[in-house]
Design a protein around this ligand. Structure first.
Ligand SMILES: Nc1ncnc2c1ncn2[C@@H]1O[C@H](COP(=O)(O)OP(=O)(O)O)[C@@H](O)[C@H]1O
Ligand SMILES: Cc1cn([C@H]2C[C@H](O)[C@@H](COP(=O)(O)O)O2)c(=O)[nH]c1=O
Length: 718
């Protein structure tokens, strides 16, 4: 290694930061760089994984230095260090930084290959464009892949274009493709079309029922979803985990506890082992139906737990106003070795706010970044503003907003405005409103917040003024509503509407409760089923450079056709047994157009060196290699280190030590398995620092010798 670095660069600087995935980067100097003294200095970069811009700087510099020929960039580190995340980021940034010409599609065989290649490299927009312009039929398998990609990327309009293409070229989809189309329309929320397809299906499989049920539940038509579920059961189609997830979601939204319980009973009877997704939906159902004890029961019985189930428990308690349980569960989660995420902290901060726990809330807020490397987001800052505001510390809340480094400032001013409502300060209302309106002119909700704030001061003229403004500017705000099930009947309560027949009695009861009890828990119980109706999703379709991602087909942990980070971010890939088969599988035409090739799990490819050399030196492509540099015994793993002499840059990432939170450079195997290759995740491996790697090995060795001696004793007794 030393000989690869100039004296200036021989000591790679470590950039220590409190986030996960700390990295140090040093670039290998090729001959062109050595001749240019400037490049020696400027080529040395440090960056955090999260800093996208810095990674781009590294890329563009690297591109410049290779004068148009290929490049090899290597990303190594222990497990959980962010290698796949970094690879994905680089691939995405490369992809959006180039151009692709895919003209001259001559025959349909080539068309099939081109479209598949584009789909595999995540370029579904181009695949659909080429297919629709071609005017010819492609194979059912190709249609299936394009539709799958459109569904996966939520590119529903593109999926519908593919369907139109099928119709115009006279392609008749088989049963399998018809169900794919049904899923597409159901997920797109085009339920009329999905009904037409569904009704025409000869055989209504479980997959098609599930698509219909989920489609309706997602669209807020929970009753129809539940009635489809009952139809399905009547036709003797047995539900599975996906069905139950949708059903529990529907019951949660409608707050129909009895129906939820019946579905739960069927889940138990069907002996379907509840996975994390089903269990989380089930817990959510109980919590939203104001049955926290049942929610907890589901949690306590679930064999599989992770941050999602813990967060569902914590948020559920929060929804029910059980502040003490929120905090106790949060600490239990940490004690049991689970790492909270942004959503967990939001639930905790909001509980502190509702419980008036100002100091504890502030401490949790600081702990997010300090102890878990989580950068607070707008909603976390807003929760602190709310916390201070509710406690009457409006000046402090104002100072906090002014001094915060949060980019989502409008949210904070909005929170301050909301807080002013509780502890009236009309000057502060005006200040917060001015900032909120200036920063967020398009937000319809701001009018409601401001009007509510004025209303709480009894400034009815101002309220009327705001309402008039809303009307004049055509702003419409969907009415908020809550629901609750009583004796198997769902009751809806719309804001500012007294449509419910028992309105008067209910208001009297609420008033009595407000007077007689200060317990937040009971209030939480009453309003537990308030929820948001709309979710905005953004689709990023900026795909322009030709890329392909390859992965070893040995890694089947999160699915074969995608590379998936431990956080669940993913891109489609080519799963391969060896790299040398890639050119042939991709096809010469598609290969020649490729500009960037990413390789994940590189430690499993024996032909890594030969492939990288040929692809970068002869074919002029950019190769980004991500893999483990060392195995669980810290020996060089596969051929990853062999490519360093032909690399333009090497990035060593570190994770967080699972035992002390320090930077982790090594992977400890928790089992006694001695094979080098053992595909697994956190159940078998953990990233550790040097100290804990060494002590971990000592502990394992000690345990081994105890077990060995017991074996000897047993066999001598026998
Ligand atoms: N101990 C840990 N240290 C750092 N990140 C962790 C740890 N445990 C889980 N993670 C998660 O793993 C993510 C990195 O996943 P990924 O990019 O797939 O890593 P790699 O490919 O290096 O195994 C991090 O963003 C973080 O959310
Ligand atoms: C240390 C070590 C790891 N592996 C396996 C375990 C995983 O399947 C992959 C690494 O995945 P990640 O993306 O880096 O998280 O490699 C192995 O087979 N042998 C080992 O010693």
């Amino acid at each position: 290694m030393k000989s690869l670095l100039s004296p200036v660069l021989s000591r790679p600087t470590m950039f220590v930061c409190r986030r996960y995935g700390v990295l140090s980067t040093f670039k290998n100097l090729n001959s062109a760089q050595t001749m240019n003294p400037m490049s020696k200095v400027s080529s040395f970069r440090c960056s955090t994984v999260q800093n996208h811009n810095q990674i781009r700087v590294l890329n563009s510099e690297a591109s410049g230095s290779s004068s148009g020929s290929g490049e090899v960039h290597v990303i190594v580190g222990p497990m959980f260090a962010g290698k796949t995340t970094t690879l994905l980021k680089r691939i995405k940034s490369e992809r959006s930084n180039g151009s692709f010409q895919a003209n001259g599609v001559k025959n349909s065989l080539y068309l099939d290959e081109t479209i598949k290649g584009l789909c595999f490299s995540g370029r579904v927009a181009e695949a659909v464009g080429i297919l629709c312009r071609s005017g010819v039929q492609v194979e059912a398998e190709t249609y299936s892949l394009v539709l799958q990609e459109c569904i996966f990327r939520q590119a529903y309009k593109k999926g519908k274009r593919v369907h139109w293409q099928m119709i115009t070229v006279g392609f008749v989809p088989n049963e399998y493709l018809t169900v794919k189309l049904l899923i597409l329309y159901a997920k797109a929320g085009d339920l009329d079309t999905s009904h037409i397809i569904f009704d025409k299906l000869q055989f209504k499989s479980l997959v098609s029922w599930n698509a219909m049920i989920a489609g309706h539940v997602q669209k807020g038509m929970e009753e129809v979803g539940l009635s489809l579920y009952h139809d399905m059961k009547q036709r003797d189609v047995l539900p599975d985990q996906y069905t139950f997830s949708s059903v529990f979601r529907a019951c949660a939204s409608l707050a129909v506890l009895e129906q939820g319980k019946q579905a739960h009973a069927l889940l138990i009877k069907s002996q379907i082992s509840g996975n994390i997704v089903v269990n989380s939906a089930l817990m959510d159902m109980y919590f939203k139906c104001s049955s926290p004890s049942d929610g907890y029961l589901v949690f306590s019985k679930s064999l599989e737990r992770n941050v999602i189930t813990w967060t569902a428990l914590i948020s559920g308690y929060g929804q029910n106003g059980r502040i003490k349980d929120v905090l106790e569960s949060f600490h239990r989660m940490i004690d049991e070795g689970y790492r909270p995420n942004h959503v967990t902290f939001l639930a905790v901060l909001s509980a502190c706010s509702h419980g008036g726990l100002v100091d504890r809330g502030k401490e949790y807020f600081s702990s997010m970044m300090r102890d878990y490397g989580l950068q607070p987001r707008g909603k976390h800052y807003a929760a602190i503003v709310d916390l201070l505001g509710r406690a009457g510390r409006l000046q402090e809340a104002h100072e906090f907003v002014k001094n915060s480094r949060c980019e989502e400032h409008p949210v904070l001013w909005g929170a301050l405005l909301g807080a002013c409502k509780i502890h009236g300060d009309i000057e502060m209302v005006k200040l917060a409103a001015r900032n909120f309106f200036d920063l967020e002119p398009e937000n319809a909700g701001k009018y409601v917040v401001l009007s509510n704030a004025y209303a709480s001061f009894g400034l009815w003229n101002n309220v009327a003024e705001i309402r008039r403004l809303m009307k004049d500017s055509g702003v419409k705000k969907e009415p908020g509503y809550s629901m609750i099930e009583v004796q198997r009947q769902a009751h809806f309560f719309f804001m500012e509407h007294n449509a419910h027949e028992q309105t008067a009695e209910i208001y009297k009861l609420v008033k009595d409760m407000a007077v007689s009890t200060v317990s937040l828990a009971s209030r939480g119980l009453l309003f537990a089923s308030m929820r948001n109706m709309y979710v905005n999703k953004q689709i990023n379709c900026l795909i322009t450079k030709s890329v392909a991602i390859l992965k070893s087909d040995k890694d089947t942990r999160y699915g074969l056709d995608s590379i998936v980070t431990h956080d669940g971010d993913r891109l489609p890939c080519w799963p391969l047994a060896n790299l040398s088969s890639f050119k042939q599988r991709c096809g010469p035409e598609a290969y020649s157009k490729l500009e960037v090739i990413g390789i994940d799990e590189a430690q499993f490819f024996e032909d890594l060196y030969d492939f990288c050399k040929e692809v970068a030196d002869h074919d002029g492509k950019i190769v980004i290699v991500a893999g483990l540099d060392g195995d669980y015994l810290r020996r060089s793993f596969g051929s990853v280190l062999d490519v360093i002499p032909i690399a333009d840059s090497v990035t060593k990432l570190t994770a967080r030590c699972e035992l002390c939170g320090e930077r982790a450079s090594f992977t400890l195997r928790k089992t006694e398995e001695t094979r080098t290759e053992l595909i697994a995740g956190a159940e078998v491996y953990m990233p550790v620092c040097r100290k804990h790697y060494v002590s971990g090995q000592v502990v394992k060795e000690a345990a081994r010798s105890v077990l060995e001696s017991q074996k000897v004793e047993c066999s001598s007794i026998l």
